[in-house]
Design a protein around this ligand. Structure first.
Ligand code: FAD
Ligand code: FES
Length: 285
């Protein structure tokens, strides 16, 4: 057994390196640059992922890219990926629809330790496309709502047209136990909500000091320093804060070294790190 196989004992060894051809069951544009895909593995088997894990998505001639799983593990028979159009592969993926095939390896990475969120108030901070993996966290909480305390979602975007999963945000807000706050960076015509970066939403949440709070954060690296400062001011300890990092990746399984940062491989040691771990490579992000 190779080192990689030992790291992923639950995976078939060939799925670590060889993509399985999966079928797109459905696809829809969420914004001008984001497309949501519902994907089925051969035989309709479950992906078996944890929130915060990613898959390597490939197309012959266009390459391979890590994309976070956006659906909850509770979804049966298929899983969802939200892909932002950026370059060669993601641009090509945006031309695909129902019935088309893509290669899938994974799921990879450590994911969020959801057991740590049970029985606690959950503070979720999303920036831009960071909402894609965090939607999996949110839907895991909602699928077993009584296991968790309050859920507070702070979600920032550049402008209103970039906001992902708008209908779901509204539906999540209908439950009193959920507080859903959305902001955009600059004023925009027709937007009556909060204006300012995501950290401006922190003043709108009141944490109960008698309750444990665990935070999950995904967004652009520039956001992390400021969000970390706010979480610290709210007295959330470093080991209750989970950040997901995005690095350039190739293999996704700890072999090529592309994602290395201060001696850690983001693909297998992460992408989710605690605030304490993040402190060790703060200079690098
Ligand atoms: C763990 C992880 C999870 C991710 N989850 C998602 C997701 O859920 N949805 C999604 O849309 N994207 C996600 N990404 C980013 C996605 O992998 C890249 O957008 C994709 O690789 C771009 O491939 P491409 O061939 O289209 O672009 P390329 O042609 O390779 O690149 C286009 C441009 O983007 C830059 N670029 C590409 N990848 C990155 C990167 N990782 N960081 C910074 N700059 C980059 C390149 O330098 C280039 O300028 C994730 C990345 C990681 C590491
Ligand atoms: S992507 Fe190859 S080691 Fe992480």
């Amino acid at each position: 057994m190779t080192t990689v196989e030992r790291r992923f004992p639950e995976q078939r060894p060939d799925a670590l390196f060889v993509p399985e051809m999966a079928t797109i069951k459905g696809a829809a544009n969420l914004t001008a640059q984001d497309r949501l895909f519902d994907i089925e593995l051969p035989g309709g088997k479950n992906l078996g992922h944890k929130p915060g894990q990613f898959v390597e998505v490939s197309m012959y001639g266009f390459g391979e890219a890590p994309i976070s799983v956006s659906s909850s593990p509770a979804q049966d028979g298929s899983f969802e990926l939200c892909v932002r159009k950026l370059g060669g592969l993601t641009g090509k993926l945006h031309t695909l629809g129902e019935g088309d095939a893509v290669g899938i390896r994974g799921p990879f990475g450590n994911g969020f330790p959801m057991e740590d969120f049970e029985g606690t108030d959950c503070l979720i901070v999303a920036g831009g496309i960071g909402m894609a993996p965090l939607r999996s966290v949110v839907n895991t909480i909602l699928a077993d709502r009584d296991k968790y305390g309050r859920m507070m979602l702070l979600y920032g975007n550049r402008n209103p047209d970039d906001i992902l999963f708008k209908d779901e945000l509204k539906a999540w807000a209908e439950d009193d136990r959920n507080q859903i706050l959305v902001t955009i960076d600059r004023p925009a015509e027709g937007w009556a909500g909060n204006v300012g970066v995501v950290t401006t939403l922190f003043e709108q949440i009141a944490l109960d000091p008698s309750r444990r709070v665990v935070a999950a954060v995904v967004g652009p690296p520039v956001m992390y320093r400021f969000v970390y400062a706010e979480l610290t001011m709210k007295h959330i300890p470093d080991d209750h804060i989970y950040f997901s990092l995005e690095r350039r990746m190739k293999c996704g399984v700890g072999k090529c070294g592309h994602c290395q940062i201060e001696g850690k491989y983001v693909c297998i040691d992460g992408p989710v790190f605690t605030g304490a771990e993040l402190g060790q490579f703060r200079e690098s992000i």
